[in-house]
Design a protein around this ligand. Structure first.
Ligand SMILES: C[S@@+](CC[C@H](N)C(=O)[O-])C[C@H]1O[C@@H](n2cnc3c(N)ncnc32)[C@H](O)[C@@H]1O
Length: 204
């Protein structure tokens, strides 16, 4: 928690959160991982590993898990506290942490599920569109991508923002809604999280 908050203060734009996600939000996010054998799962933006822990619990022999995280301190923590111990106890599950931006990560093949923790509302729209484009390229046909956003943040920006911020928020909402339509989007609200959030699931 202390590590997360100190990194969030130093890198607010990329971290985009005030606290790690709750286990309730994590449970909803990982519901996108299908049942089956030899699954490939990708997590983008693991932070201190709130979703990583829930993903690791779902993995079984033959599965392959890739994680992409840009922040040095978060990579160090997740490797030491979660991935190292998991690998020792589960040698038949392949787990790889890529210390990189998702835009540049050396990842190949397609995934059954993508669990994305990126703070899209902090990113400029062209970057949001380019990251979603890359993630859909990495998603298997029929696979599911889940991401989350804090509830009410866009409405607050719209109501209290300057005319420029209002216009930008309208464009962001239109972009989100278009993606929901194109990818059979659905959403689930999670109240037990700081702040309450919505999980969005998109299909390819
Ligand atoms: C909102 S935090 C989520 C952390 C964690 N998943 C959680 O829910 O508690 C976003 C994370 O995404 C990482 N991140 C931001 N932009 C990224 C990018 N372009 N590529 C990879 N990781 C990124 C940040 O360093 C941060 O750890």
């Amino acid at each position: 928690m202390i590590r997360f908050v100190s990194q969030a203060i130093k890198n607010y734009h990329a971290t985009g959160a005030i606290a790690p996600s709750s286990r309730f939000l994590a449970r909803e996010m990982v519901a996108s991982i299908p049942k089956g054998d030899n699954r490939r799962v990708l997590e983008v933006g693991c932070g201190t590993g709130a979703f990583t822990k829930a993903i690791l619990k779902k993995l079984q022999e033959g599965d392959e898990f890739h994680i992409v995280e840009m922040n040095d301190a978060f990579c160090e923590d997740v490797e030491k506290n979660l991935l190292g111990p998991f690998r020792s106890e589960n040698p038949d599950v392949s787990v790889t942490l890529h210390h990189a931006l998702i835009e540049d990560a050396p990842i190949e093949g397609v995934f059954d599920a993508i669990i994305c923790g990126l703070p899209f509302n902090n990113f400029p729209l062209p970057l949001v569109e380019s990251i979603f484009g890359s993630m859909f390229t990495l998603l298997k046909e029929g696979g599911e991508l889940s991401y989350f956003e804090y509830l009410g943040m866009r409405s607050l920006k719209y109501v209290f923002g300057t005319p420029t911020l209002r216009k930008a928020t309208e464009e962001r909402t239109a972009d989100i809604n278009a993606r929901m339509r194109e990818h059979q989007g659905s959403e689930e609200r999670v109240w037990c999280n700081l702040p309450p959030s919505r999980v969005v699931r998109l299909r390819k």
